[in-house]
Write a protein that binds this ligand. Structure first.
Ligand SMILES: [Zn+2]
Ligand SMILES: [Zn+2]
Length: 450
């Protein structure tokens, strides 16, 4: 049996839960169609000869499984010349418990960590990766659809409440008109969160609420927009529901990872995504599945999948043309009802290595190849402390956020009931110079006198 191509054929390099799925898919196909499938490009698709899911042998009754086929976030240091990509979201705008909307976390061996998109629901996953929030302060947006930026609020405010010492920096494309660019979007976001930002700044610390925007021209082709500590990010245009979307190309230590934004098949991707180690590109479910499962009217489904997104067949054609070391399809609901139709559509035109992305799928990339695994995450992750402490509130010079109306409404007996516990806390953390009680109690008494 040839092991030339496909996720059916990666054998020992492709390990993890998905590989079992792949084996199942490939086995099904093989049973139906013989031992291989000739792809449209004449590439044979065949299945694994051996399924060693755990990647090794347990030598004794007290032994341990030698190779983990899952990834436990926070337990593995990256090699200096290694990249880890995690799908923190891989699904659709109608995000659901099992699959958030688009988000890819790319971690580089030099410590750099960048979020590419932060779609609706993705924070549920990101929060479980055991990374201090201070290290997750850079977001590159492919475009301004909410399924690619919907959880920005949660990253911004959640990290702030969980001790992040600094603000966030957002990169994103311009639009055909100024009000449709990333800068305008973040200005609008700051208006939306005006009350949140001002009151939180007053009570906690204003610095982590800062948002810096780098907007670049969406029309630039393969232009470097980030170059730091050996990590280079380039951008190429994408064509989607209107001008503005882009795809990103990340280069590090001689490796190349392409993060495709929502797009119809486009020439820039074909030209600049070549010679990449990992290429992530959207692949939309078959239009009939959108009608059957997603409640889309037929007249919408065939435009959505195949005019302003990329169908399975078109995805396959792109991949068999640019020939990445490893291809990743995302932006579909990865489940029993839909994954097989999409997989078969891709296999009509592509026989190479392939991951059908779902949330918390992880790829480790080195010059030697790409390894796919699934992250095992907890539902109840706590934030992890980083090396930098968040500063105290800085109320000096800020306008008051309380009026006498609210000040006169506090009920002091309950405050006094917590005084003893707060005294002990103040001692423990040496907060004598930050005791907020005298100020508050004065405000209350003054308001009561009025
Ligand atoms: Zn979109
Ligand atoms: Zn999208």
């Amino acid at each position: 049996m040839s092991l030339k191509t496909s996720n059916c054929a990666r054998g020992k390099t492709m390990i993890g839960r998905k590989s079992l799925l792949a084996v199942a898919i490939c086995t099904m196909i093989s049973i139906g169609l013989g031992s291989y499938l000739p792809g449209h490009d004449g590439v044979d698709v065949s299945f694994v000869a051996e399924a060693e899911a755990a990647g090794g042998v347990v030598e004794s009754r007290t032994g341990v499984a030698p190779d983990r086929y899952v990834y436990y976030p926070g337990t593995e240091a990256l090699g200096r010349r290694e990249i880890r990509v995690t799908a923190c979201g891989s699904g659709m705008p109608a995000a659901r418990h099992g699959q958030a909307a688009t988000c890819f976390l790319v971690e580089f061996g030099n410590g750099e960590k960048i979020l590419f998109d932060i779609g609706t629901g993705s924070m549920d996953n990101i929060a479980a990766y055991m990374i201090p929030w201070e290290f997750l302060d850079k977001v590159f947006l492919t475009h301004l659809h909410t399924d690619h930026m919907g959880d920005l609020d949660s990253l911004w405010a959640g990290g702030w409440t969980a001790g992040r010492p600094g603000g966030l920096k957002i990169w994103g494309p311009s639009g055909l008109h100024p009000e449709l660019g990333t800068k305008a979007a973040i200005e609008g976001f700051l208006k939306f969160v005006a009350w949140d930002k001002e009151t939180r700044s007053f009570a906690i610390s204003p610095i982590p609420g800062e948002l810096e925007v780098v907007e670049f021209d969406y029309r630039v082709v393969n232009q470097k927009i980030y170059d730091k500590n050996g990590v280079i990010i380039r951008t190429i245009p994408a064509i989607h529901t209107g001008d503005g979307p882009v795809s990103y190309i990340a280069e590090f230590a001689g490796m190349k990872v392409v993060i495709g934004g929502d797009t119809a098949p486009n020439k820039w991707f074909i030209e600049y995504a070549v010679d990449a180690d990992l290429v992530i590109h959207e692949a939309f479910m078959a239009p009939g599945d959108f009608v059957t499962w997603y409640n889309q009217p037929p007249q919408l489904a065939w435009r959505a999948c195949c005019a302003f997104h990329t169908s399975g067949q078109a995805f396959g054609k792109i991949m068999s043309t640019i020939k990445p070391v490893h291809a990743v399809a995302y932006h579909f609901l990865n489940e029993e009802a839909t994954r097989y139709n999409l997989y078969e559509a891709i296999r009509e035109t592509y026989g190479g290595t392939l991951s059908m992305a779902t949330d918390n799928m992880v790829w480790n990339i080195t010059r030697d190849g790409v390894k796919e695994r699934m992250a095992v995450i907890t539902d109840d992750a706590w934030p992890v402390a980083g090396p930098t402490r968040q500063g105290p509130p800085q109320q000096e010079g800020r306008r008051a956020v309380f009026s006498d109306f609210s000040n006169s409404g506090y009920w002091l007996p309950a405050f006094q009931a917590q005084d003893k516990a707060l005294d002990e806390y103040m001692e423990k953390y040496n907060l004598q110079d930050q005791d907020w009680r005298p100020g508050l109690y004065n405000r209350i008494r003054n308001a009561e006198k009025k």
